[in-house]
Design a protein. Structure first.
Lengths: 285, 343
């Protein structure tokens, strides 16, 4: 029981990290990036390839994260430009359709060039005992990285001027502009941040289970569910929702079975939307 | 994608805005449907000799019917149902399982199955209206249904055959399994859907659809029961999807989860509809025809297919956010206007 819950927490923290990357972009750009999971997969594949060609793990991880950031920025500066000229639901809808196209291109390219590539990072330290449960070092390291990243995010958004400016854009784009905040600059920063988070997620995932090239769509859906349950645009909500969904996932896949788990997760998300359309911490519906 | 986004030139003067069907223009619409039907009826003369190509053409018509139903739900009432494949799958699996397991005649089970899809479609709309979910949340909630349905199909091996799918016996001893007749059956279905679409939009329901799509609050204030008409659209569209899916199951004789996934049905249906023109009568058929043809041309480059699809999607949405039919129609109108102005 404890082991299952701990596993769920390890998973949930990562879900949260993944969700934050999607939710900040939605909150700030009003853009739903459905190619988000593919960013993580690209990061993973770049890590895998560079490591195979002899690069050490550290630099390879950096290379992977940079690749995700580069693609995120490329999207922000090219195909999303016309999207920003629209408002509200039109903006979300167009961004969603365009990024589906991007997801197809990335998936198609990976299937074409690297059909069997997958990233796994083996952490061969000794297992550590926590609450009487022997935890794999990989899981612990993944959780530690995620917690650090989460802490850094909260620090960034709560205390730094840039972070506060970013939050002001989430709350009210026009108001922020009137106060001298440049939404376009904030958007660029946040897109880069989402690339970093996608890359970090790929790294931590690979420490517990391999990341294949086909995982993009699943990652996006997971991020979307986390985001919706947590409340679009809420960072706290994303982490809490990630934890809840992670534990639910671990429990039901241990006690019930894997396909029912997915259905339970989906039902939980659907129920959250129906009962509380703004999510656990969402400001706006 | 709302009405007020359209260029003024298109909305003005003697041409009614697209989507509006006046009595005079509806005669032209029926003529256009007849012409499209005639053109499509000639397709088997061209490719009737090849079983593979006929199969492709039938799939094209299947997607045309999906796109028409999706057009009714999304184009007419702004409800983004990302469960096109799932609703069709509900129809297909229900009809196949009931007819094969219980020995009920399949025409009856097809009606039952589309009733179930109709109920689910209506329920989506009811939930969306009740909780006043916007386009995006309606999209996400229907997407979760799509994914859950896919998992259910994979999980319930005993009933659905899991990933490998099931062979559908019902219908195997009829003309539905011949090479050419099912094409015409599907063509008739598409024509019925098109005529139904036009008739629906000519009725008071169509007026309500246009009002609530253009401005929901204004529609509500003029006394239109927005909830009821949304549910009409969701239920009718859902039923259309379920029936098309069920017919496909009995024609093809084999169904598997892959036939109804979000990626294989919803995304292409959305692309076809947007390419043809959301809210236009023949847009879905034009989109389905063009993409079926393109798909066949690109089939030999199957490895690059996904990339090509992605590029196409992006280019299309950036270049023709209002659809090709409207883009072309707009050019014609401009030409006519400039000619009038010239002398």
């Amino acid at each position: 029981m404890t082991a299952v819950i701990l596993d769920g927490i390890v998973l949930g923290l990562q879900f949260g990290l993944l969700g934050v990357g999607l939710t900040v972009v939605y909150g700030i750009g009003g853009v739903l990036n459905l190619a988000y999971g593919q960013l993580a997969v690209v990061a993973a594949i770049v890590m895998s390839i560079t490591m195979r060609s002899g690069l050490a793990t550290g630099p390879a991880v950096l290379a992977g994260i940079s690749a995700a950031v580069a693609i995120a920025l490329l999207l922000n500066f090219t195909i999303l430009k016309p999207v920003y000229k629209r408002d509200d639901e039109d903006r979300v809808l167009l961004s969603l359709l365009l990024t589906i196209g991007v997801a197809f291109i990335i998936d198609g390219f990976l299937v074409w060039r690297y059909p069997i590539e997958a990233l796994s990072l083996n952490i061969d330290w000794d297992p550590v005992s926590i609450l009487g449960v022997r935890m794999r070092a990989g899981s612990l390291l993944a959780s530690a990285i995620t917690l650090l990243a989460g802490g850094a995010l909260i620090f960034f958004f709560r205390t730094t001027t840039t972070g506060k400016a970013a939050r002001s854009v989430i709350q009210d784009e026009v108001g922020a502009r009137l106060c001298g905040v440049n939404p376009a600059a904030v958007r660029t920063l946040i897109f880069a941040l989402s690339g970093v988070l996608a890359g970090l997620f790929a790294t931590t995932q690979a420490m517990t289970s391999p990341v294949p090239i086909s995982a993009g769509f699943d990652f996006t859906i997971t991020a979307l569910l986390v985001t919706v349950v947590g409340g679009l645009g809420s960072i706290r909500g994303a982490f809490l929702a990630g934890l809840i969904l992670g534990v639910v996932n671990a429990m039901s896949s241990f006690y019930i079975g894997s396909y029912v788990t997915t259905i339970i997760l989906l039902a939980a998300a659907a129920l959250t939307i129906v009962v509380r359309p703004s999510g656990l911490f969402g400001a706006k519906a | 994608m709302t009405a007020d986004e359209r260029p003024v030139s298109e909305q003005s003067a003697n041409h009614p805005p697209p989507g509006t069907i006046s009595r005079e223009s509806s005669r032209r619409t029926f003529l256009a449907i007849a012409a499209a039907g005639l053109a499509l009826a000639l397709v088997p003369i061209w490719i009737g000799g090849s079983r593979t190509l006929m199969g492709v053409a039938i799939t094209g018509l299947l997607f045309a019917s999906y796109a028409i139903a999706f057009n009714l739900i999304f184009g007419s009432t702004n409800q983004l149902f990302l469960a096109v494949g799932a609703l069709a799958g509900v129809g297909a699996y229900t009809s196949a399982i009931i007819s094969d397991r219980l020995g009920v005649p399949f025409p009856l089970t097809m009606v039952l199955a589309s009733g179930l899809s109709m109920f689910i479609g209506g329920a989506f709309s009811w939930i969306a209206v009740r909780r006043s979910l916007g386009i995006i949340f309606t999209g996400i909630i229907t997407l979760t249904f799509s994914l859950a349905f896919d998992n259910l199909l994979l999980g319930q091996r005993g009933l659905t055959g899991g990933e490998t799918g099931i062979v559908v016996d019902a219908g195997s001893d009829t003309f539905l399994r011949n090479q050419i007749p099912p094409y015409y059956v599907f063509l008739i279905l598409v024509l019925i859907y098109l005529i139904g679409y036009v008739l629906l939009h000519r009725s008071h329901i169509g007026w309500a659809f246009r009002a609530l799509r253009d401005d929901e609050i204004a529609a509500e204030l003029t006394g239109i029961n927005v909830a009821r008409y949304r549910i009409y659209a969701g239920a009718i569209g859902g039923g259309m999807l379920g029936f098309a899916g069920a017919l496909w199951a009995h024609v093809e004789g084999f169904i598997s989860p892959a036939t109804f996934t979000f990626v294989h049905v919803d995304v292409p249906a959305l692309v076809m509809l947007v390419f043809g023109g959301i809210g236009t009568v023949l847009g879905p058929v034009v989109g389905a025809a063009v993409f079926t043809y393109l798909g066949e041309v690109l089939a030999s480059y199957s490895q690059l297919r996904l990339i090509a699809d992605g590029i196409l999607l992006i280019v299309l949405f950036l270049a023709f956010p209002q659809g090709v039919i409207r883009a072309l129609g707009l050019r014609l109108n401009q030409l006519r206007a400039s000619r009038k102005a010239a002398p």
